[in-house]
Design a protein around this ligand. Structure first.
Ligand SMILES: C[S@@+](CC[C@H](N)C(=O)[O-])C[C@H]1O[C@@H](n2cnc3c(N)ncnc32)[C@H](O)[C@@H]1O
Length: 385
């Protein structure tokens, strides 16, 4: 068995419910901002389950969206003048973020500290906990929180007389993973969802700064909506829609979900193949495939993702390539893959992310990689471009 390897993709809602074994497993979420980090716990049981750790479970009750919007929403005031976007009302989506100028690929669009973070394991009722945490924030922050949207309010309850349940529903709809917990970030919580090629920003939690960073994955034109992705979108349209309806109470009509039947079928085929290749790549860790086969698989994924317009997780994929090349003592390939990792990590996570200098070190000194020489020496193959 090889000592360590680039295993499965890091998902915020791993389809298999599997835990991450990758060397970069501490790097939660960076591209798959699944918002519904918290599921509705069964009534009477004081447990919060995050979809980071478990399969998404059916959410009890009928999903009803309530929007507490008004012309003078306090939450809007927290946006700073220098933001490259505004919060806008968008038909059928509630609010969302729209670019007010062109945004460059890799640009930092939001840096935000959490209002509060809930640990994964708690000992009191979730709704009581959220309400208690809310008492500790400023009134402006509390207003910002209470103005966020929510779905999945328990059927039969009146929101006006159940503020604790409203707070919990807001949390469930808007919380994202933050280190070992799940946090609320009211500015980035306005980001709506897009699938595969439709999302154009990615976010990551940085432990060092205790803040969430949102970067432009692609160039975004003035007037375009900033979209993140709430889930692993490397699934068919039917599967994605079903998940989004169940977890977030909306039917996705993003550019990918709106493709005509033939184009959608082609997209589904590519996404399914990408998923399949990721699973195949993961078998390198148990010696089921050679280093050359693993690198060839990465190149297949890369090509398919180019065709799909799905650019996410490329820093990680390239870093996996460097890992495999280093393991097989292929310095030339390790250097090239690491250079690619530097490039894409910088877009996705920002130059200050800890992953950038790590990859740069490998690009400069492949032999210093922790996996160097851990497998049989062989030429494994370079990136396609
Ligand atoms: C985290 S909030 C996003 C911001 C929200 N639109 C608002 O008004 O504050 C998640 C909710 O936004 C809505 N939403 C997100 N993406 C959407 C999309 N692509 N189409 C329709 N509604 C969407 C859903 O109601 C979802 O439960």
């Amino acid at each position: 068995m090889r000592p360590q390897r680039p295993a499965k993709r890091q998902r915020r809602d791993p389809p298999q419910g599997a835990t991450e074994e990758s060397p970069v497993s501490h790097h939660l979420i960076y591209t798959n901002p699944s918002y519904a980090a918290i599921l509705q716990p069964p009534r009477g049981r004081f447990s919060i389950r995050t979809i980071l750790l478990t399969l998404p479970a059916a959410v009890a009750g009928f999903a009803i969206a309530y929007y507490l919007s008004s012309p003078n929403v306090p939450g809007l005031n927290i946006l700073r003048g220098s933001d490259p976007f505004v919060v806008a009302d968008l038909p059928g989506k509630g609010k969302g973020l729209v670019a007010i100028r062109d945004i460059q690929q890799g640009e930092l669009v939001i840096q935000e500290s959490p209002l509060f973070i809930v640990p994964k394991s708690i000992s009191e009722s979730p709704s009581a906990l959220i309400s208690r945490l809310l008492q500790n924030v400023s009134s402006a922050d509390r207003d910002a929180f209470l103005n966020l949207s929510y779905v999945h309010f328990p059927e039969g309850l009146d929101p006006a007389t159940h503020p604790e349940e409203v707070a919990l529903a807001i949390f469930q709809t808007n919380a994202v993973a933050a280190g070992d917990g799940v946090g609320i970030f009211p500015r980035m919580a306005r980001l709506n969802h897009g699938c595969s090629s439709a999302f154009n920003v990615v976010y990551t939690w940085r432990q060092r700064e205790q803040a969430l960073f949102v970067h432009a994955l692609k160039n975004i034109r003035k007037g375009q909506e900033l979209l993140t992705t709430y889930t692993d979108t490397k699934r068919t349209r039917k599967e994605r829609r079903s998940f989004l309806e169940q977890q977030y109470g909306f039917r996705c009509t993003c550019a990918v979900c709106s493709l005509d039947a033939a184009a959608s079928k082609a997209s589904d085929k590519r996404l399914t193949a990408i998923s399949h290749y990721y699973a195949h790549l993961a078998t390198w860790g148990s010696n089921a495939i050679s280093g050359a086969e693993a690198i060839s698989t990465i190149n297949k994924i890369w090509k398919l993702e180019d065709e799909e317009g799905y650019w996410s997780e490329r820093g990680r994929l390239a870093a996996d390539g460097a890992w495999i090349a280093a393991s097989h003592s292929d310095a030339v390939a390790a250097r090239l893959w690491a250079q690619l990792a530097v490039k894409w990590y910088t877009y996705e996570l920002g130059a200050e992310s800890e992953f950038v200098p790590e990859a740069r070190t490998t690009a400069e000194h492949p032999e210093a990689h922790p996996a160097w020489g851990s497998g049989a020496a062989m030429p494994v193959g370079r990136p396609l471009d």
